[in-house]
Ligand binder design. Structure first.
Ligand SMILES: C[S@@+](CC[C@H](N)C(=O)[O-])C[C@H]1O[C@@H](n2cnc3c(N)ncnc32)[C@H](O)[C@@H]1O
Length: 282
């Protein structure tokens, strides 16, 4: 019989295994979030140690997919925080005064409610544009592609907009056609098709370690066109070197603008972000 591994080592071994085998760079995420999500799956399967759970993953492909889905946390809604989207409207109009077509990136788009919300805002404000919708999670991207939504996705959306832009839970073609879906890992890959006039990245960096957040903010600064806008989630705040290159124009809604003129912060190279320590068994 082999001796049980120290829980910290076993947690680290498990996250390294996931990174290695499934390409999700666990080292970029907060331990607390990873542990909470892994604990949910371990409880669901009646497993008590990280080692046993790692063994289960080897023999159960469906559980591996369940775990990845749990780790990527893809809760979202159309017009999530409706006031934020209202606050964004004037910036869209302002951007459109100097550009014929806005280039937009919805980074960490989950099942597509966010990019389709942006497409509806474009239609509503009479602004031309196209949206790159990206996510690391395969299942989320499939849902974005299918674009067939349950009633629960619409609870924050004004009813008149739903009536105008949806048929049987599906966005109408003029909305759908504005959204281009791409697989993309924010912790590892460069922005898909810069420069962007608007980058929307909400409720994603909150799960990342500080170093990964800081790096991503610098990537966003460089991916924005001069005069471009960055929208973060309500509880997310820009910090680090990127802070000096963007102006906070709406502190409540976390809207930042890149001045027309300005230097770019250097983006630190990607490091091996796997941590050397773990934590307690959940
Ligand atoms: C809570 S959802 C946010 C969805 C939407 N932005 C919103 O605010 O309603 C977080 C999304 O980030 C995605 N995500 C997590 N890690 C990512 C990564 N490294 N690269 C790209 N997307 C990631 C998840 O798959 C998930 O769909």
């Amino acid at each position: 019989m082999t001796a049980a591994q120290d829980p910290k080592d076993a947690f680290l071994a498990l996250t390294q295994k996931i990174s290695r085998e499934r390409g999700m760079s666990c080292g970029s995420y907060k331990d607390k979030c990873l542990k909470r999500r892994i604990a949910v799956r371990m409880r669901a399967r009646g497993v008590h140690t990280y080692e046993d759970y790692a063994r289960l993953l080897d023999s159960d492909a469906r559980e591996y997919q369940e775990l990845l889905d749990a780790l990527t946390i893809n809760v979202t809604k159309f017009f999530r925080n409706a006031e934020t989207w209202n606050a964004l409207r004037p910036y869209l109009r302002e951007l459109a005064t100097t550009r014929r077509q806005l280039r937009i990136w919805s980074a960490g788009c989950a099942s597509g409610e966010e990019p389709y919300t942006i497409a509806i805002l474009l239609a509503e404000t009479g602004v031309q544009g196209s949206i790159d919708a990206t996510d690391i999670d395969r299942l989320s991207l499939e849902r974005t592609q299918q674009a067939k939504y349950p009633e629960s996705a619409f609870t924050e959306m004004p009813v008149d907009l739903k009536r105008r832009y949806f048929r049987d839970g599906e966005p109408v073609p003029m909305v759908r056609d504005l959204v281009h879906i791409l697989a993309h890992d924010l912790t590892r890959e460069p922005p898909p098709r810069p420069p962007y006039d608007l980058i929307v990245c909400r409720n994603v960096v909150i799960y990342f370690e500080r170093q990964a957040q800081e790096r991503l903010f610098q990537v966003f600064v460089n991916a924005l066109a001069p005069g471009g806008v960055l929208l973060l989630g309500k509880v997310e705040t820009l910090f680090g070197p990127a802070r000096e290159h963007l102006t906070l124009v709406d502190p409540r809604e976390r809207i930042y603008i890149k001045p027309d003129e300005g230097s770019h912060p250097p983006v630190p190279p990607l490091r091996n972000t796997e941590r050397g320590s773990g934590g307690e068994v959940p």
